[in-house]
Design a protein around this ligand. Structure first.
Ligand SMILES: [Zn+2]
Length: 300
């Protein structure tokens, strides 16, 4: 993973690490939605079957321009009674988190030899609790969230949608991302995060309307695609299966279609936040492969 540094013309290594901040079990019909529209959400809540504990992953990109953290994982406080709102049906019926204090992103960055104060950028794929639970470690970093996600997460309506905005740090004032940059493959717009132009943000609406993914360019045209919750596994992306919580089926399907199209054009190491195989795929740089029965639609 070597690339040219624009300023010094020296080759600098870009390293990507995974951090697992505990686990979360959800309903099988959250991982894999059943039905359409509101019924899909209801089917999820009423589902009696739980997934195995799934990893809650965050990512650290050691870049020549600064350390980039993608998502902050969950906090150990999520296991305290009363941290999740009991009045909310999803938190009462739909989620079981297991996070120990040493699982939090702060101590784990220290294990990697990093201090949270070293982090230049924190990119939030979206603001759900299991991605935002470690925000309090990053007071000195620039935090990026799409403007759409910020609007959906705020206020009482945000809390009804399941965002724990009352748990965000009181200093939380992220930089809104509006995109407006050039297309990236099938994605109609993007924003370059680094001056070197090797780390991009792209909109992946679906799981939430304002979700974004982080695309890291590597050698041989390969990209590492930090997908947030675009799907709960690579298989579900390839199959185009919408999860149980996406508010808009069509939008979610279009995002999965775009990811599939990108993966048909160049090697894509696809890393969703709760896929038990994401860590190994990152280590081995295993890219998405398609079986003949999987159609790849050329949408853009
Ligand atoms: Zn989520």
């Amino acid at each position: 993973m070597l690339l040219l540094n624009n300023t010094s013309r020296e080759r600098v290594a870009v390293d990507i690490h995974s951090i697992m901040t505990g686990t979360v079990a959800i309903k099988t019909r959250q991982r894999e939605g059943a039905g359409t529209g509101r019924r899909r959400f209801l089917n999820m809540l009423l589902d009696r079957e739980w997934t195995d504990p799934l990893p809650i992953l965050a990512w650290v990109i050691s870049h020549g321009e600064g350390v980039i953290v993608v998502d902050t994982g969950e906090t150990a406080r999520a296991t305290e009674i009363g941290y999740f709102p009991r009045w909310h049906p999803y938190y009462r019926m739909g989620v079981r988190a297991h996070v120990k204090p040493e699982d939090e992103i702060g101590p784990q960055l220290n294990n990697l030899g990093l201090d949270t104060g070293d982090v230049r950028w924190v990119v939030m794929t979206h603001l759900h609790t299991d991605h935002a639970g470690g925000l309090h470690y990053f007071r000195d970093s620039e935090i990026l969230v799409t403007r759409t996600e910020l609007e959906h997460a705020e206020g009482r309506r945000g809390r009804l949608r399941g965002y724990l905005n009352n748990r965000f740090p009181d200093w939380f004032a992220p930089r809104p991302v509006d995109f407006g940059g050039s297309p990236l493959g099938p994605f109609p717009t993007s924003t370059a995060l680094t001056a070197a132009g090797d780390v991009h943000l792209v909109p992946v609406p679906g799981h939430t309307p304002g979700q974004m993914a982080v695309v890291v360019e590597e050698d041989d045209d390969r990209v590492v695609f930090l997908a947030g919750d675009s799907s709960y596994s690579e298989r579900l992306m390839v199959q185009g299966v919408v999860d149980g919580v996406s508010p808009n089926d069509g939008e979610a399907e279009q995002t999965l279609d775009r990811i599939r199209f990108l993966a048909s054009q160049r090697p894509v190491v696809y890393l969703p936040s709760h896929d038990p195989d994401s860590v190994e795929r990152l280590q081995k740089r295993t890219s998405v492969t398609f079986e003949p029965r999987h159609s790849v639609l050329a949408s853009a």
